[in-house]
Design a binder for this molecule. Structure first.
Ligand SMILES: [Zn+2]
Length: 451
């Protein structure tokens, strides 16, 4: 086994098929992991001649797939309270006639925290240990994140019109900066960030000020861009260039910039993003549901751009099941290219592990199972009919398993889900509170109460 041990470690997880997702995408059959002080200290292939390392906890993975916690590169946690409220509409109509009015009526510190808790519960139960969020009232999002035990990048939203928690738009950037000051270095699981909604909802001055502040404090800067063809046409009309060129001219693109959606890009845009070392959060289900288009992910990868996978918010997806999103992503790019070799299973798994971590600037600490990294670990059940036989674990993770196959989840060395049960939040009371709010939303929207 090659594990020299002079002290008792915290946990050993053994008897699993380890998908390390490390740079060589090493897979270890009948493997084990040693964990101490929230960090991975060793990985090994079990040799039955050798004893397991001494640990306070010896955990039997029962032949399951042991992998790094999944990374959701883009979401809006509080929007789970609007799940299924309005579907089957074009983006502009959906946003302006349904989502913005619903937000105006129902978004409050309490509902943001409730929605964020609901999303964190869903994410953890589905094996997501890190998410990248952008929304308003981010203090309440941050509180929910910390209570749930998930790891997150939490971005305070910036737009040039009155928003929840920021009644005066002239305070939008300063409010975001205050949020990041309050939360920087407060909790090791939470990284504050600034999230400008889009080039068409923020002025050039706002965008520049927000990015300058993000860079000054070494924070991730997030922005939706090129989500629809209409956005690109409008930008060319307003600014004489594509949204990506516009952001580049404003100095917004560097290695701490995460571009969300990036559906309508031309070759020049892709080259600019690659040259600036910015990353992309690909959200295929949201783009499909709103009929926005298909992002040219294969072209991004060829250009050397880091691409993570995001679910987007529950109002446009409508769930946070990242394993199901993987399946869709892999198949979508095959049909787009009319090439079954496009976006193969291993490449897809990397998008929710190491590449996702790179996209968020967190690859030093998460994204793969390697000694020295944080112990964010997921165990996927393999003892179900639909998961047998098992020849290639990456194939199962992309084409077969769903979030509901996740059995155990650890974040930073602590179990947050065991045997499919969430340990960190009181789920029955959370669901009861969500039902109560949903009744009010249904009433105001003239909908039948189905909850
Ligand atoms: Zn979004």
């Amino acid at each position: 086994m090659g594990v020299e041990q002079t002290y008792m470690i915290d946990s050993v997880i053994h008897n699993g098929l380890i998908v390390t997702a490390d740079p060589s995408f090493r897979i270890i059959e009948n493997g084990g992991i040693g964990i101490c002080d929230g960090k991975i200290v060793s990985l090994w292939k079990t040799d039955h001649e050798q004893p397991l390392p001494q640990a306070h906890e010896i955990f039997d993975a029962q032949g399951g797939i042991i992998m790094p916690g999944l990374i959701n590169a883009h979401t809006h946690l509080p929007m789970s309270i609007f799940r299924g409220l309005s579907d089957d509409l074009p983006l502009h109509e959906w946003l302006h006639e349904h989502i913005f009015p619903a937000e105006a009526a129902f978004i409050s510190p309490q509902s943001v925290e409730l929605g964020a808790r609901l999303s964190c519960a869903e994410l953890l139960l589905n094996g997501v240990t890190t998410c990248c969020d952008g929304y308003f009232l981010a203090d309440n999002v941050a509180q929910a994140v910390i209570d749930s035990g998930i790891r997150a990048v939490v971005g305070q939203g910036v737009v040039d019109f009155p928003a929840p928690g920021v009644a005066d738009p002239s305070q939008n950037v300063s409010s975001a900066v205050s949020f990041t000051r309050r939360w920087k270095n407060k909790n090791s699981l939470l990284q504050p960030s600034i999230f400008c909604h889009a080039p068409y909802t923020c002025s050039a001055e706002t965008l520049k000020a927000a990015k300058k502040a993000a860079d000054r404090h070494d924070l991730l800067f997030q922005i939706h861009v090129c989500e629809t063809r209409a956005e690109v046409i409008q930008c060319k009309k307003d600014h004489g260039c594509s949204p990506v060129q516009y952001l580049h001219q404003l100095g917004l693109l560097n290695c701490k910039t995460l571009l969300v959606h990036a559906v309508w890009l031309d070759e020049d845009d892709i080259q600019i993003i690659a040259d600036c070392a910015s990353s992309i959060a690909h959200c295929p289900e949201s783009n499909m549901k709103l009929a926005s288009g298909i992002a040219p992910v294969e072209d991004f990868l060829c250009a050397g751009i880091t691409v993570g996978l995001g679910t987007d918010g529950c109002a446009s997806n409508n769930d946070l099941d990242l394993l199901a999103e993987l399946d869709v992503a892999a198949k979508l790019h095959k049909i787009r290219q009319m090439d079954p070799t496009a976006l193969n299973a291993a490449t897809a798994v990397k998008m929710v592990t190491l590449e996702g971590a790179k996209a968020l600037g967190l690859a030093q600490s998460i994204g793969s199972l390697e000694p020295g990294k944080c112990a964010d670990v997921v165990i996927v059940d393999t003892l179900q009919p639909h998961l047998k036989p098992l020849f290639h674990p990456e194939s199962h993770l992309v084409y077969t398993a769903k979030g509901s196959d996740v059995r155990h989840v650890m974040v930073d060395g602590k179990w947050v889900v065991r045997d499919g049960k969430l340990l960190t939040l009181d789920l029955p009371s959370l669901l009861e509170n969500v039902n109560r709010l949903a009744e009010t939303i249904a009433e105001r929207n003239g909908l039948a109460k189905c909850c």
